[in-house]
Design a protein around this ligand. Structure first.
Ligand SMILES: N[C@@H](CCC(=O)N[C@@H](CS)C(=O)NCC(=O)O)C(=O)O
Length: 223
């Protein structure tokens, strides 16, 4: 199987971490989204949405990091995507929450408009409004996740599942704007447990590099 990805991409790192931890071999194909390599050439025929990651398995292509996680986990029979109907529903419930309500505010309102020129709003007023809207809503989301983790070891129960890989990847983008998770003790405990996974440092090398470049940039964050 071949993975089209970029090492600094949040959604790519989700898949990379899961595959590394589960020992799933993926042939790496870096798509340099920073130079726009995903916008022309052959990549749009792989993913017409022109986004990474995308997985190719014997001519079958699947995009969307959450769908790729589900595909890989089901294909390899991973315990991280339980087959019990209710356990699986808990996992899907969490992945879908993170991928929709939470990520909209976290990624597309709070973080990305501050990091990427193509996400920045047209006027200062619109930018400020978007980022503060995101900040307010993200506080609710983080408090919700913290409350969930008060009675569970992991995001979808007591076992490590694809919801944890998905959630940790999404949460890691917060490191770029220096979100302080210590005020959410259950969430922080869980996030640190994900950061302690053996493959985390290798998969997160590009994130660490990006963090270093941004260390003196001021951000609206969750202080
Ligand atoms: N919903 C998609 C989002 C994928 C996505 O936004 N990928 C970003 C990198 S994290 C990308 O390819 N960006 C290129 C661009 O915005 O031009 C997923 O979960 O895979």
């Amino acid at each position: 199987m071949k993975l089209y990805f970029h090492p600094a991409s949040t959604t790519s790192r989700i898949v990379l971490l899961f595959a590394a931890e589960e020992g799933i071999e993926l042939k790496p194909e870096v798509v340099d989204i920073l130079s726009g390599a995903h916008l022309s050439g052959s990549f749009p025929s792989v993913n017409p949405k022109r986004l990474v990651p995308a997985l190719e398995d014997d001519g079958f292509i699947v995009s969307e990091s959450a769908a790729i996680l589900r595909y890989l986990a089901a294909k390899t029979g991973s315990a991280a995507y339980p087959t019990d109907l209710r356990e699986r529903a808990r996992v899907d419930e969490m992945v879908d929450y993170l991928n929709s309500d939470f990520y909209r505010d976290w990624g597309y309102n709070l973080i990305y408009p501050q990091l990427f020129p193509h996400h920045k709003r047209d006027s200062d007023a619109a930018q400020q409004c978007t980022v503060h809207w995101g900040q307010e809503r993200v506080r609710n989301g983080l408090a919700y996740l913290d409350s969930v983790l008060a009675s569970r070891r992991h995001l979808a129960g007591d076992k490590l599942t694809i919801a944890d890989y998905f959630g940790a990847g999404i949460l890691s983008a917060g490191e770029l704007i220096r979100v302080d998770l210590t005020q959410y003790p259950n969430l922080n405990r869980w996030y640190e447990s994900m950061r302690a996974l053996p493959s985390w440092p290798r998969v997160s090398e590009a994130l660490e590099g990006f963090k270093g470049m941004l260390k003196d940039t001021p951000f609206v964050s969750i202080p």
